[in-house]
Design a binder for this molecule. Structure first.
Ligand code: ATP
Ligand code: MG
Ligand code: ZN
Length: 561
């Protein structure tokens, strides 16, 4: 018994069989119903979405003797002759193999003959982007003044390769990728029609791997059926055929990465690769998994997720709650670089393993650094103001010393971790300054302002919202002899002069003093301006301390010119 591929056996026969292209089909049917046919059409879109099928249906629909609501009847003499390819008036040309000027000239000579028995003489030129330049020119001549009975239907996956002169003479229809659910439903029907059992999960996996191309889905289905002697479509077979990795395994790998579990990540990778899966496929699935997490986190919805079912999206949602957007982005970037490197590498497995370890290590390292900073900060507790300031600033990733403009930069730290830790620390400290101590040291004042900054801003806001808008752009840089020095970035010229108006400075001083429970002077300076010298450790010393703790790779000393 001869075997016909599913995609040929199930080629749509009427417009109503063409799935997922309603926007195109409705217009075409209307044109046929109202006998409003153009002379040239172009069907474009990705592979396997119904371009050739629609062209063939259209060629029958325009000529059918017994049209039903725009659809060809497929029963009349004309329809039948076109279906069995004996109708001389419908000519199908594959531009991939007939792409020369001669081919089109021959066509041009023939178009002048009236159709033999049909209303329209139809030329279907498939893969039209393959025509040579000369052939396009020859075709253009025909398209310029087509006889009444002539109809061209062009189809292509690459419309951008078609000259504008041709495009402008065609009615263009873009066929879309077909939704996964539509593909699944269609495969279910096929399975039922040919009487084979199917696993719904398997069909979903096929559909999600076909990227919207129905023919691709049908081809995978076909391969799965022949593998199983036409008995069933099961998940395991599909996974094997696609060489893809079971979704649960991908989810587990993602979970290990999110939990920064180097050991189990490596065990999983080992298992996956030992099963003979491709590194590139594994990475691709993993990237898509993190991409889905990113979509869930940023859109708060499970629409537009790739390659997964409803239930699976719940797992992804759960996982995404354990990780920040910043970290997901970083992981996707790391994995993408790894993917590129693996493609070039002779031994992609080694690259995969090393880069994964490096990635997880750097995430863990960042945590460790934060802990060390905390320790360091505690050990500096009784030390000088700039050190205190320095450690606080490290949490925002860098320290700046305005006298020399050097800065210490902590490399490879995920922002989220930094700010989260900062938040935690802030919330555990009292909002208000510790209170009545009449004679605070400069350091105590510094700490109180730093820790209570939001409260101070709120207080100013309740008294003078405009002043708050100005002050909030400044930063405390030093407290010396009970005078708090705040600095503004030089770009805030307006803010600086406004803050320095005696009335404003007085108000701010009042609020600050009342917050501190102690008289405190204020001064505003422009970043980089000379300010009171301190006898406290220089930035270099702070850098030395940090460098000894974390190493040169992590802490960088930047000297600006
Ligand atoms: N929209 C669709 N609805 C139903 N079946 C479809 C659809 N698109 C494709 N198919 C299935 O895929 C097969 C191939 O479709 P068709 O040849 O029309 O695609 P195409 O867009 O021309 O692809 P290509 O770009 O590769 O030429 C059809 O026989 C049919 O089984
Ligand atoms: Mg085609
Ligand atoms: Zn008919």
């Amino acid at each position: 018994m001869s075997h016909q591929a599913l995609y040929r056996k199930f080629r749509p026969k009427t417009f109503d069989d063409v799935l997922g292209q309603e926007h195109v089909i409705r217009t075409l049917k209307n044109q046929i119903k109202t006998d409003n046919i153009a002379h040239a059409y172009l069907f474009s879109g990705i592979r396997g979405t119904g371009k050739t099928s629609t062209a063939k249906i259209f060629s029958r629909a325009v000529n059918c003797l017994n049209n039903h609501d725009g659809n060809p009847c497929n029963e009349c003499e004309i329809c039948k002759s076109i279906l069995d390819e004996t109708n001389m008036d419908v000519i199908e040309m594959d531009a991939a193999s007939n792409n020369g000027v001669e081919d089109i000239r021959e066509l041009r000579d023939k178009v002048n003959f009236l159709p033999v028995k049909s209303k329209y003489k139809v030329y279907i030129i498939d893969e039209v982007h393959m025509l040579s330049k000369g052939a396009f020119n020859a075709l253009l001549k025909t398209l310029e003044e087509p006889p009444e009975y002539l109809l061209f239907i062009l189809a292509t996956t690459e419309p951008q390769k078609i000259p504008a002169t041709i495009l402008s003479r065609c009615q263009r229809f873009d066929l879309k990728r077909i939704n996964t659910s539509v593909i699944v439903e269609s495969m279910k029907k096929i399975c039922e029609e040919i009487g084979v059992e199917y696993d719904e999960k398997a069909l979903k996996l096929i559909a999600s791997n076909s990227e919207g191309a129905m023919r691709d889905a049908q081809s995978i289905l076909d391969r799965c059926l022949s593998f199983n002697n036409n008995e069933k479509v099961d998940y395991e077979t599909v996974i094997d055929l696609l060489g893809t990795v079971n979704y649960q395994v991908i989810l587990e790998a993602a979970n290990c990465i999110v939990s920064r579990d180097i050991k189990n990540t490596m065990i999983l990778v080992d298992n996956i690769l030992n099963e003979g899966k491709e590194v590139s496929i594994f990475l691709d699935e993993l990237i898509i998994c993190f991409r889905n997490m990113l979509i869930i986190k940023t859109t708060n919805s499970t629409d537009n997720l790739m390659r997964i079912s409803e239930e699976e999206s719940e797992d992804i949602k759960r996982l995404s709650s354990k990780i920040s957007v910043d970290e997901i982005v970083r992981i996707i970037e790391e994995l993408s670089v790894t993917q590129l490197e693996c493609k070039r590498a002779l031994n992609s497995r080694v690259i995969l393993e090393t880069r994964l370890i490096k990635m997880l290590h750097s995430i863990n390292n960042a945590d460790e650094i934060m802990n060390k900073i905390q320790e360091l900060e505690n050990s500096f507790k009784n030390n000088s103001i700039p050190v205190k300031q320095a450690t606080a600033d490290i949490k925002r990733a860098s320290i700046k010393d305005d006298e020399k403009k050097p800065s210490i930069v902590i490399n490879k730290m995920p922002e989220q971790t930094i700010s989260e830790s900062y938040e935690t620390q802030k919330s555990t400290e009292p909002e208000q300054s510790s209170g009545n101590s009449e004679n605070k040291s400069d350091e105590a004042i510094y700490n109180a302002i730093m820790n209570g900054w939001q409260t101070i801003l709120k207080k100013i806001r309740s008294e003078n919202a405009g002043l708050q808008a100005i002050i909030r752009e400044s930063q405390l840089c030093e407290v010396s002899n009970k005078k708090a020095v705040f600095e503004f970035d030089p770009k805030f010229t307006f803010h600086i002069s406004a803050a320095n108006q005696p009335k404003n400075r007085q108000k701010f001083k009042e609020v600050l003093s009342s917050f501190l429970n102690e008289e405190c002077e204020v001064e505003f300076i422009i970043k980089g301006e000379e300010k009171p010298k301190s006898s406290l450790p220089a930035m270099e010393d702070v850098y030395e301390d940090l460098k000894n703790e974390f190493g040169e790779e992590i802490v960088e000393f930047k000297q600006e010119d």
